[in-house]
Design a protein around this ligand. Structure first.
Ligand SMILES: Cc1cc2nc3c(=O)[nH]c(=O)nc-3n(C[C@H](O)[C@H](O)[C@H](O)COP(=O)(O)OP(=O)(O)OC[C@H]3O[C@@H](n4cnc5c(N)ncnc54)[C@H](O)[C@@H]3O)c2cc1C
Length: 433
């Protein structure tokens, strides 16, 4: 290696956490941040670690997915979670912060650290010799993203993110739904929710009149094909969905043909999470709950991830990254943050922390290991690195990612038990062997 420094591109949540982790372990870091010379359409303040939209890191309760994730991060010594608690504003059980103070404090920690050289420049080139952590987020500068495309190929770089909701398998009413694959009487991969015409008509009416969230800079031309929001498709005509993603064909062997069928596709190997096929949406969260729970069998479904749509540069991590977050084809280049397909502020901080540990392991000639799969960190990043389906999409922390408990217990006790199990493992988790 020509230079002893690690180059971190992007002073957002992931890049700032990674820089502080490495610097505190005695590694020299060059942190590049393009602000204030250049701002993405969502970034507004000049400092590091800007929260671009809401000011909350979500729940602090350990029996909630984000509460558990934060507690794990605290145990592993996250600098940004510590600063978040220092700049907290009242918000009940949520960890909300004064976003300006939070950014100022992170920027101060970075600026005063003698091991961090903080460079206010946009980076658009990489080389084969130095170590890089690319942490440029969902709104990566265009020229760098082109460079990344050249490195890993167009087909594994995504621009707009249009994702469908994911629901918990054990919250589906199986007296209304059945397992089957279209045209394969022996298949059991999909859950199918049949709809009578009256149910369908009412559903379409509510879907086409539901309130949409505003999507900044949305440009439908840059959306990957097959990603049209379901509400837009439904507005083309009342029968469009019944002839499209909800077509009831291929189930003839199951008796009377329903008017429409909603299909749910398995999301994980353990079959605990299912996504609603074709339901990529930009409806507001409350509207997704109201309208999608009109689907027979989903009346009480638990949403593990909501649908969303926004510009989101991310890479096909399960295909292009190896277990330590470096590129399979160019091992000096590591990735962290939302660009690897994690969704959310806390998840991005977590990613910065883990990638920093991985770089450290590499520099010390040791092996990086992911936290145990029963932890929220292990669950999220195992998904990111090992997803085996065809359509990799960003993922947030949720309990559906963790292995089942042996004992069957009610939801709130179950989540508390998941947390207890996870925190025991984090105590003993070693990231570097
Ligand atoms: C519009 C929008 C709203 C969102 N709202 C929420 C929300 O409410 N809650 C939530 O949990 N998550 C939200 N997210 C997701 C959120 O962006 C991420 O969770 C998180 O900020 C990503 O962290 P990151 O460190 O990966 O990227 P960022 O925090 O975006 O940081 C990337 C940094 O890299 C810099 N940069 C980019 N390209 C270059 C370059 N070539 N050279 C140098 N610097 C560069 C940018 O200026 C930026 O400071 C939202 C995302 C978007 C796009």
């Amino acid at each position: 290696m020509k230079s002893p420094s690690i180059n971190i591109i992007g002073g957002g949540l992931a890049g700032s956490e990674a820089a502080l982790q490495l610097a505190h372990r005695g590694i020299n870091v060059r942190l590049f941040e393009m602000k204030p010379r250049k701002f993405s359409p969502a970034h507004k303040i000049p400092g590091c670690a800007e929260l671009v939209c809401s000011n909350t890191f979500k729940s602090t309760l350990r029996d909630r997915a984000h509460g558990l994730l934060k507690e794990e991060l605290q145990k592993l010594g996250s600098y940004l979670i510590k600063i978040a608690y220092e700049t907290r504003v009242p918000a009940g059980d949520s960890l909300a912060v004064d976003r300006v103070l939070f950014s100022e404090k992170v920027t101060e920690e970075i600026s005063k650290n003698p091991r961090i050289e903080f460079i206010r420049e946009e980076v658009s080139t990489l080389n084969d010799e130095d170590f890089f952590i690319i942490a440029t987020g969902p709104l990566t500068g265009e020229s760098l993203f082109k460079k990344i495309q050249q490195l890993i190929g167009d087909e594994d770089c995504y621009f707009f993110d249009a994702i469908s909701p994911i629901v918990a398998a054990d919250s589906i009413d199986y007296s209304r739904c059945f397992f089957a694959n279209r045209r394969d009487p022996d298949g059991k991969d999909y859950i199918n929710a049949p709809m009578a015409q009256e149910e369908y008509d009412l559903f379409i009416h509510e879907l086409t009149h539901a309130e949409e969230a505003q999507v900044k800079d949305f440009d439908s031309k840059k959306l990957f094909s097959g990603c049209m929001p379901i509400e837009d498709m439904a507005k083309r005509g009342p029968k469009t969905l019944a002839f499209g993603p909800l077509r009831p064909v291929g189930f003839e062997s199951y008796g009377k043909r329903p008017y429409a069928i909603v299909q749910l596709r398995r999301e994980d190997n353990a079959a605990k999470m299912y996504n609603l096929v074709g339901f990529q949406t930009r409806l507001k969260i409350g509207e997704q709950e109201r309208v999608f729970r009109m689907i027979p069998g989903l009346e009480k479904c638990e949403f593990l991830r909501y649908g969303s749509m926004h510009r989101n540069n991310f890479i096909n991590s399960p295909k292009v990254l190896q277990y330590d977050f470096s590129l399979k084809t160019q091992r000096n280049i590591f990735f962290a943050g939302q660009i690897i397909g994690v969704e959310g502020y806390t998840e991005s901080i977590a990613s910065g922390l883990l990638t920093a540990q991985s770089v450290l392991a590499r520099m010390e000639g040791k092996t990086f290991i992911l936290p145990h799969e029963t932890t929220m960190l292990g669950g999220v990043f195992k998904y990111i690195l090992e997803y085996t389906g065809k359509n990799f999409q960003p993922m947030n922390a949720n309990f559906g990612l963790l292995p089942h408990l042996e004992k069957k217990i009610g939801k709130s006790d179950r989540y508390a038990a998941y947390a207890e199990r996870a925190l025991k493992k984090i105590d003993t988790t070693m990231l570097i062997l």
